[in-house]
Design a protein around this ligand. Structure first.
Ligand code: DLZ
Ligand code: SF4
Length: 506
């Protein structure tokens, strides 16, 4: 009896449902580097390097723990290039009798796993991914009871279920939500924590060379690759976050500062999403910092809200909405993003910072994505699919198409995350170093976000005019007077025209 257990690139966890009751004596673990996974979207080069290196290290760890690991490398000449092709080859190679696998993270992969029984003729046991704290059934049952799928209520149920930050039946500190305290603009601070940096070992250096050779035209740069690629190093990064950044994470959660990529953010999501770190464990550690008096509640609650609330909620929405979700386009937007969106070469300082940093590090934090890059795409009317980029689809699709682009028409949020330059100015120092004037709406040096913001509202009034949360801006617009309205719309039209014609670099 031989059981084949394929372990996918986002399943690099020590306690995986597919391996939990397996016997190393009659199990073959199959890990596969395949062209299909590297190419289904144009992943950032650093992301491919990270996944492949973390996979190779995980394979070595499993072997050291006594597992038999069959590892298909990307440059193996017989590599078929797909999970399904590699599973079929491995079944023959090992004369396997059955397959046990933990469910995949996206529809595309779910369909592959479901095809294996027919393809191989073997029984395939697809197990739930219980690294997530809410099962599909649990999320669906929650959603079925609700008229609106408000994250806050899902999150409260998750707090009760896990007991995280609960004192008896009550939320710690007497409130569920400390978001109001978590919107402070940041000041320069020489003591700002820095994430740890991990020098590439030989395995990582091999992978970097492979990625440089195989994916030269993928976005981003491999320079300065310093991610953790093992569970031990990821745990060190987590230690550093809890010790140095968590105490002020809450205060500055929404802040942006020129040249400061990480601020007080954890920078742990790649490790969380590939399995090197465990969400419940991170939440418990954050809570322990609060209980020990080393971190304030607004920070710890803010952190737990991201991991236990938003992360689980987004996954629930993704699976519940189904594969058609990607096709939604509430505003009917069709505009192409400008070429400079992929280089970061623009005079708009906020965009240059957020885009440049994304290209360099494969990372931008949520407010940069929501309020700068995503907001810009929304205001210009970009096709939401173009913003659908290279993170794991279950987390990225609801975040970009839903939350940021309002493509689903309000399933996740009660109003679009559209904002003028004023919001960016309040939360950052970007405008101080910008050639545009954030206080101006029209004129050659006016901040483009301003006219675009009003134009967006007016253009979409048939769809948004009835939204109570937008009543105030629409009233403001109506008081502008005919001349100011015409000037504003002309300013936006001029900008968009130049953008489509790939006019002057903005
Ligand atoms: C993102 C990614 C990349 C770039 N390459 C691989 C790979 O070669 N092999 C693999 O097993 N996984 C890879 N991944 C992550 C997968 O896309 C991820 O495992 C699926 O989304 C399954 O949920
Ligand atoms: Fe961005 Fe406008 Fe501020 Fe410039 S002035 S940084 S374009 S918000």
């Amino acid at each position: 009896m031989t059981t084949l257990v394929p372990v996918l690139g986002d399943q690099l966890s020590p306690d995986l449902s597919s391996l939990r009751d397996a016997d190393p004596a009659d199990t073959v673990v199959l890990m596969m580097e395949v062209a299909e996974e590297t190419a289904y979207v144009r992943h950032h080069k650093k992301k491919i390097a990270y996944i492949l290196s973390a996979m190779r290290h995980h394979a070595a760890r499993l072997e050291a723990e006594g597992w038999r690991v069959d590892y298909a490398r990307l440059d193996d000449p017989d590599n078929t290039g797909s999970f399904t092709g590699e599973v079929a080859r491995a079944v023959a190679r090992h004369a396997a009798d059955r397959i046990v696998v933990t469910e995949g993270g996206e529809f595309r992969v779910r369909d592959m796993l479901e095809s294996w029984e027919a393809r191989t003729g073997l029984p395939v046991d697809i197990r739930a991914d219980d690294r997530f704290l809410a099962s599909h059934a649990e999320f669906d049952a929650w959603a079925a009871r609700r008229r609106e799928l408000t994250m806050e209520f899902f999150y409260r149920d998750m707090r009760k279920k896990t007991g995280l930050l609960m004192d008896g039946g009550e939320p710690a500190g007497g409130r569920w939500n400390f978001d109001k305290e978590n919107r402070k603009p940041a000041e320069r601070d020489l003591l700002m924590p820095r994430p740890l940096s991990f020098a590439p070992d030989e395995t990582t250096r091999d992978v970097l060379a492979l990625v440089a050779e195989r994916f030269p035209d993928h976005p981003g740069s491999l320079d300065g690759f310093d991610y953790a690629v093992t569970a031990e190093d990821a745990a060190r990064q987590a230690d550093a976050f809890f010790a140095h950044a968590l105490p002020r994470f809450g205060d500055y959660e929404d802040a942006m500062l020129t040249g400061e990529r990480f601020l007080w953010h954890s920078i742990l999501s790649p490790y969380l999403n590939s399995g090197l770190l465990d969400p419940l464990d991170l939440c418990r550690r954050a809570e322990a910092e609060y209980r020990a008096g080393r971190a304030p509640l607004n920070s710890v609650e803010g952190y737990v809200r991201q991991v236990l609330g938003w992360r689980e909620y987004m996954r629930g929405i993704y699976w519940r909405e189904g594969p058609e979700y990607v096709e939604r386009n509430f505003f009917g937007n069709t505009r192409e993003l400008p070429a400079w969106y992929w280089t970061g070469e623009t005079d708009m300082h906020c965009l240059a910072e957020a885009l440049g940093q994304t290209l360099e590090t494969a990372h931008a934090h949520h407010i940069q994505r929501l309020m700068v890059t995503g907001n810009f795409a929304l205001l210009i009317g970009a096709d939401p699919k173009q913003v659908h980029l290279d993170a794991y689809e279950w987390v990225e699709l609801p975040n970009t198409l839903g939350m940021s682009q309002f493509g689903d028409g309000g399933l996740l949020g009660s109003k679009p995350y559209a904002g003028s330059g004023k919001y960016i100015d309040r939360m950052s120092d970007y405008c101080r170093g910008c050639r545009y004037d954030v206080a101006k709406r029209v004129g050659e040096d006016a901040c483009p976000f301003n006219a675009l913001y009003w134009d967006f509202l007016v253009r979409n009034r048939d769809k948004l005019g009835g939204n109570r949360r937008l009543a105030m801006p629409y009233r403001t617009w109506d008081r502008f007077g005919a001349q100011a309205q015409a000037e504003t719309r002309a300013q936006a039209a001029g900008f968009l025209q130049n953008l489509d014609a790939s006019g002057p670099p903005y």
